[in-house]
Write a protein that binds this ligand. Structure first.
Ligand SMILES: [Fe+2]
Length: 263
């Protein structure tokens, strides 16, 4: 029993990683903005409600200006939608909490997940964007629906966004990087890969064959295509097996730095 508790604790050990990021088009008004990302919560048998609540508490303690929720709130059962949405509704961020849906949310019921999150004050960006303003400056936060379910429409998500406004794109799946770069997006935030979940090739391929397909190039951390940067979070929950090995759950805190100019 004690062994099991220790294993469970280790699986849900949350690592807060601090990521300073420079965006050349970010104005002085948004410079220093603190963005906290929660991804792949997978509330269900492997990620209990108290573990979700602990992640929310930790995120609030980081005093974010903005929270980005990058999909996979549940795994297989709709029974977990309402509790996870309620827990996430306690997130506090000055400029708001924004979400996109992941493949597991589509599997369970995309509309149900979106409605539950919206009912708790979380803005779900399904191929659309919002423009945040500070003094005279703007920052666009856009979101695409899930790529692996063919629900993504990046052009629609960015339609009407002002070309000279810095843009952060939330996309559950990191495979959209090249498309985002072609559209001039400054920063993409993704999850989906769980960082591979285990740092052991054989076990990773077992998990991959049963439902966690990790693109070869993208596993976790920073990537870049042209001027577009991508950060992939290792996420919080697990799928297939309740195991993380040398790949701890992660809450990234991105501090955005601009060029110091007002726009
Ligand atoms: Fe996931």
């Amino acid at each position: 029993m004690r062994f099991r508790q220790r294993r469970t604790r280790r699986r849900h050990q949350l690592q807060v990683t601090h990521q300073p990021i420079y965006l050349s088009r970010l104005s002085a008004d948004f410079s220093g903005l603190r963005l906290v990302q929660l991804s792949d919560i997978h509330h269900g048998l492997y990620t209990r409600l108290d573990e979700v609540e602990r992640a929310v508490e930790l995120a609030n303690r980081l005093e974010p200006d903005l929270v980005a929720l990058t999909g996979d709130f549940v795994t297989n059962s709709p029974n977990y939608i309402a509790p996870v949405a309620r827990a996430l509704g306690r997130l506090r961020a000055g400029l708001g909490c924004f979400a996109v849906l992941g493949n597991h949310d589509h599997r369970v019921g995309a509309n149900r997940v979106a409605w539950a999150l919206e009912a708790h004050g979380i803005e779900v960006l399904r191929n659309r964007h919002v423009r945040l303003r500070r003094n005279g400056s703007s920052l666009t936060v856009a979101g695409v629906d899930d790529f692996s379910y063919g629900a993504d429409d990046l052009r629609r998500a960015l339609r009407g966004a002002i070309a000279d406004t810095p843009t952060i794109l939330l996309s559950h799946n990191p495979a959209l990087l090249l498309q985002a770069a072609a559209c001039g997006v400054d920063l993409v935030l993704s999850g989906h890969t769980h960082g591979g979940q285990v740092d052991a090739p054989r076990l990773r391929s077992f998990i991959g064959r049963r439902g966690l397909q990790v693109p070869l190039r993208f596993r976790h951390g920073w990537e870049q295509s042209g001027a577009t940067q991508l950060y992939i979070s290792r996420g919080i929950g697990t799928v297939v097996l309740p195991i993380r090995l040398r790949c701890p759950a992660e809450i990234p805190v991105l501090t955005l730095q601009g060029n110091g100019h007002a726009t």
